[in-house]
Write a protein that binds this ligand. Sequence first.
Ligand code: GLN
Length: 482
Amino acid sequence: MIFHSALKLAQAVRKREISAEEVINYFLRQIEVKEAGIKAFITVCADQALEQAQALDRRTDLPGLPLAGVPVAIKDNIVTKGIKTTCASRILANFYPPYDATVIKRLKEAGAVIIGKTNLDEFAMGSSTENSAFYPTRNPWNLECVPGGSSGGSAAAVAAGEAPLALGSDTGGSVRQPAAFCGLVGLKPTYGRVSRYGLIAFASSLDQIGPLARSVEDCALLTRVISGHDQHDSTSSPRSVPDYLAELSQPLENIKVGIISGDLLKDVNPEVKEAFYFTVKQLEEEGAQIEELHFSSWAIGLPCYYIIAPSEASSNLARYDGVRYGYRDLSEKQLLSMYQTTRTEGFGAEVKRRIILGTFALSAGYYEAYYGQASKARLLINQEFRQALDKVDFILTPATPEPAFSFGAKADPIAMYLSDIFTVTANLAGVPALTLPVRCSAKGLPIGIQLISDFFQESELFRLAFLVEKKVEFIKEYNKIN
Ligand code: GLN
């Protein structure tokens, strides 16, 4: 069962070939066996999950549930009623939310079982899960390497077979980069496709919740369940949600794929570059027309992101003051010093760095020079994207500049930030982007590519990814870690 697809599991539960209880027990056992090495979870909800599964088994309407009995792991920055939600931060270490995020509500309605809450970089700030206040998560493909971040726990859980599906959040690559590091399919949906009600905010103009799965089919299935309009999120789109899974079988015709030009690949690891051109070849064999695109704005994406994201974060994180939420230093009697020690003790180093950067960028006299300038740069990037997507249907890039790196390898924050060079652009532009594993490096680490399409073209994106997936047969690589 370990590497069965979610699709098959749900089918089997719907037909009562296996009970939801048996499924959840199986995965809870996997977690028991593997967690000591991987540490993907902050909280395993064994009791609640078992109860949820037993309740499902008693239902008479199982055949109507798309995710009947499928365990799903949830990044610990998505709120779950009565289940601790920490953001991997000391400041929220004992936060029990009084409500479910909309995506959680939708998962439950679809018959999914919440199996646990996964580790992340504190407040989703990072690319390796080393910034968790609790412990780092390890990459199931090589325990000496990071799983990526910030949704590293979600990615590691799915890659290790501790859960068939997971949710992450993606502000600058946090679903796609860990998916690439762990050999998974990960999607950042179009801004507005998935409700963020109950996602603890990092940078509100960039955040999206996204799925992680081992196959395109599973990713399509999960995306459909979580997508759609929500009255609780004013940025969610009222557009109808296609049946992504059913549409996978529709052929794509006259595909035009733009690939980023060679100069943007010059600092990319040679094996990643090889995997990228290998994918180009696969697409050509499928009849795709390939066109090289010259983005003059690609390189400014990263600096632009690292002004906008920390600025928004500094504002969003102002609410953690020890009064309204989370940890408070009770020894302090004066208001100002209570704020100071609460935040000093509650936040980790990277979160503090972002708050300082963001506060500086927004401060009087500097606002125009930093935030204003970054917003203009963002417009430029968006314009270039629009022009490119008028010419081609998809844009292909590597997912990451290199495969998973070792713990401690990126102690310099700038080196860490550079891991996001290919992913931040889609968040700035708001368009959907998917990463997909295509092969393994000589050291046995997965290498992913990224496909980007126009707004709300998730269905097309899945179809193209499905095509590539069938050609590269990455799933076979899982035999190496099973
Ligand atoms: N790695 C990026 C950052 O540190 C992206 C994080 C994310 O997408 N949540 O900001």
